[in-house]
Design a binder for this molecule. Structure first.
Ligand SMILES: NC(=O)c1ccc[n+]([C@@H]2O[C@H](COP(=O)([O-])OP(=O)(O)OC[C@H]3O[C@@H](n4cnc5c(N)ncnc54)[C@H](O)[C@@H]3O)[C@@H](O)[C@H]2O)c1
Ligand SMILES: N/C(=C\C=C\C=O)C(=O)O
Length: 464
C-alpha cells in the first residue's frame, strides 16, 4: 500500500484506492487517498521547512539537486519498473526518456540556478539591483502521461529556487513518485522540503485552496486548468499552467519525405499519442498528399502498441474513432481495438489510427483526443497551411517539414504555438521557454523562466 510522504516520513492515512496495469487491466497496487487532514499536515510540514531551506545559499541547494539526480541514478531500475507498472509504457521509452529526463531536470536546474546573474542597473547617482525570494510553499499537480518526467520538471526549479513543495501526482500513476520519496529520504533531504500526497482531483483542489500554499504549478487538461484558476483566484495565487494541445504538423512538398513520414510517425504515435506535444492534425501539400497518406497508413500499422492509461480514457479515444466515422471520415489505418489473443486483451489498447476527409470544424479536429490518432488534410499554399495550423483553440506545439531554410524560418515565426520543431520533434533544450498559448496554458517554464515563476524579485534602488 503506497503511503504519503510528509515531513520526511511515510504517512499511512486515508482510504485505499486501486491502480490498474493498463496492459492487463489487473490491479497493480493500492494507494492511500489523502483527506483534508493529510493535505493540511503536508502543507504544515512544507511551511515548517521553508525558512531554513530558503536561507540556504543557492549553491548549496544546487548541490542538493545534484544529489537527488545521483539518487535517481541509483534507483534507476526501480523507477523504470514503477513507471511501467502504472502506465504500460515500453521499457525502451521508459529507460531512454521518462527516467533519464528526471536526472537531466535536476542537473539542468542546478546549473541554471547556480549560474544565474542577478539584475543590477547603474543610473547617474543611483544603483538598482534585484534580489529574489522564493514563493514559499508550492503546490505541484501533475498528470499521468509522463509522470516522473513532468513531476521532476516542476520540482527541480521550484526546489532550487528555495521553495518547499507538496506534490500531488496523478491518481493513475503514483508509483514513481513513491520511489522518489524514498530517494529524498535516502539522500537526507531536510524533512518537509519535499512532501508527496496521493489522491484524486478533490485532493488537488484542497491543495490549491489551502491558504498556506503560495503558488501552484499545474500540468494537465485545460478543463482542470480552468477549475484550478477559479479556485486560486480568491487569493490571487501565482499559477503556472501547461495544459492541453491539438498540435499541427505541416508537410511541404519540398520536405525530405522519408524524414517527414518517420517524423510524423514519431510525433503522432509516441507514448500511444499520450503526450501533450503529439501531433493530431497533419496538413500535407497536395502534390505529395496521396503518397504521404499511403506511407503513413502503412507505418501506423507497424508502430509499437501502447495501452491507454485507463479503460475510461480508452473509451474516450474510441468514441472519437466512432465520431470520425459518423462525421464521414475515410479511415486509412486502424480505427478499432487490436486483438492479441493473450492477457493484453484485458488491457486498454486501441489501434493506431489515421483518418482523412473531415472538416476543420469537426469535433474530431477541434478537440484534444490524446491517443494514437491523427487527421490528415491537404493544402495548396503556404499561407493556407499557416491558417490551417493556426485555426485551433490550442497553441502548444507544431512541427514543420521542409528543406527550404527560408520557408522554415518564415513559417515557424507565423505559427501561433509556444514550441515549433523544424524537421524534428520533441528535441528539448531545457534552457528554452516551454509552454503554450490560447487554451494550452499560461506562462512559460524552462531555463530562467522557471526560476522567474518560482521566485519573486525585489528591486532595491540606492542613491549613491
Ligand atoms: N502542456 C503540457 O505540458 C502537458 C503535459 C502533459 C499532459 N498535459 C495534458 O494533461 C491531460 C492529460 O492528463 P490528465 O488526464 O492527468 O489531466 P487532468 O487534468 O485530468 O489531471 C491532471 C492532474 O490534476 C489533478 N486534478 C484533477 N482535477 C483537479 C482539480 N479540480 N483541482 C486540482 N487538481 C485536479 C489530477 O488528479 C491530476 O493529478 C491532457 O489534456 C494533456 O494535454 C499537458
Ligand atoms: N514539459 C515537458 C513535456 C511535456 C509533455 C507533455 O505531455 C518537457 O519536455 O519538459
Amino acid at each position: 500500500m503506497l503511503t504519503h510522504f510528509i515531513g520526511g516520513e511515510p504517512v499511512a492515512a486515508g482510504k485505499a484506492f486501486p491502480v490498474h496495469d493498463p496492459v492487463t487491466g489487473a490491479v497493480v497496487r493500492q494507494v492511500h487517498e489523502a483527506d483534508p487532514e493529510v493535505v493540511d499536515r503536508a502543507v504544515r510540514a512544507a511551511r515548517e521547512a521553508a525558512r531554513d531551506w530558503a536561507a540556504l545559499p543557492v549553491g548549496e541547494r544546487a548541490g542538493w539537486m545534484r544529489r537527488l539526480a545521483e539518487g535517481i541514478e541509483a534507483r534507476f531500475d526501480d523507477l523504470v519498473a514503477a513507471e511501467i507498472a502504472d502506465t504500460g509504457k515500453s521499457f525502451d521509452q521508459t529507460r531512454t526518456l521518462d527516467i533519464p529526463r528526471g536526472i537531466a531536470n535536476f542537473r539542468a536546474f542546478a546549473e541554471i540556478a547556480a549560474q544565474r546573474p542577478d539584475d543590477a542597473f547603474h543610473l547617474s547617482g543611483t544603483l538598482s539591483y534585484t534580489v529574489r525570494r522564493p514563493l514559499g510553499v508550492v503546490g505541484v499537480i501533475v498528470p499521468w502521461n509522463l509522470p516522473f518526467l513532468l513531476m521532476t520538471w516542476k520540482l527541480a526549479p521550484a526546489l532550487v529556487s528555495g521553495n518547499t513543495v507538496v506534490v500531488k501526482p496523478s491518481e493513475q500513476t503514483p508509483g514513481s513518485a513513491a520511489v522518489f520519496a524514498e530517494i529524498c529520504a535516502d539522500a537526507g533531504l531536510p524533512p518537509g522540503v519535499v512532501n508527496i500526497i496521493f489522491g484524486h482531483g478533490p485532493v488537488g483542489q484542497l491543495l490549491v485552496e489551502h491558504p498556506d500554499v503560495n503558488g501552484v504549478t499545474f500540468t494537465g487538461s485545460t478543463r482542470t486548468g480552468t477549475a484550478i484558476m477559479i479556485t486560486a483566484a480568491d487569493r490571487v495565487k501565482p499559477i503556472s499552467f501547461e495544459l492541453g494541445g491539438k498540435n499541427a504538423g505541416l508537410i511541404f512538398e519540398d520536405c525530405d519525405l522519408d524524414r517527414a513520414v518517420e517524423g510524423a510517425v514519431k510525433s503522432v504515435f509516441t507514448n500511444g499519442g499520450q503526450v501533450c506535444l503529439c501531433t493530431e492534425r497533419l496538413y500535407v501539400q497536395r502534390s505529395i498528399f496521396e503518397e504521404f497518406c499511403a506511407r503513413l497508413a502503412v507505418r501506423a500499422q507497424e508502430v509499437d502498441l501502447q495501452p491507454m492509461i485507463s479503460a475510461e480514457h480508452r473509451e474516450k479515444v474510441l468514441s472519437y474513432y466512432a465520431l470520425a466515422r459518423s462525421e464521414g471520415a475515410k479511415v486509412l489505418a486502424g480505427g478499432g481495438v487490436p486483438l492479441f489473443g493473450d492477457h493484453r486483451d484485458s488491457g486498454y489498447f486501441v489501434e493506431p489510427t489515421v483518418v482523412t476527409g473531415l472538416s476543420e470544424w469537426s469535433r474530431f479536429n477541434r478537440e484534444e483526443i490524446f491517443g494514437p490518432v491523427c487527421h490528415v488534410a491537404p493544402f495548396d499554399s503556404e499561407a493556407e497551411a499557416i491558417d490551417l495550423a493556426n485555426g485551433s483553440d490550442y497553441g502548444l506545439a507544431a512541427t514543420l517539414w521542409t528543406t527550404s531554410l527560408d520557408r522554415a524560418h518564415r513559417v515557424a515565426q507565423r505559427l501561433e504555438a509556444g514550441l515549433v520543431w523544424v524537421n524534428t520533434w520533441y528535441l528539448r533544450d531545457l534552457r528554452t521557454p516551454f509552454g503554450g498559448v490560447k487554451l494550452s496554458g499560461i506562462g512559460r517554464e524552462g531555463g530562467t523562466r522557471s526560476l522567474d515563476f518560482y521566485s519573486e524579485p525585489t528591486t532595491i534602488t540606492i542613491k549613491l
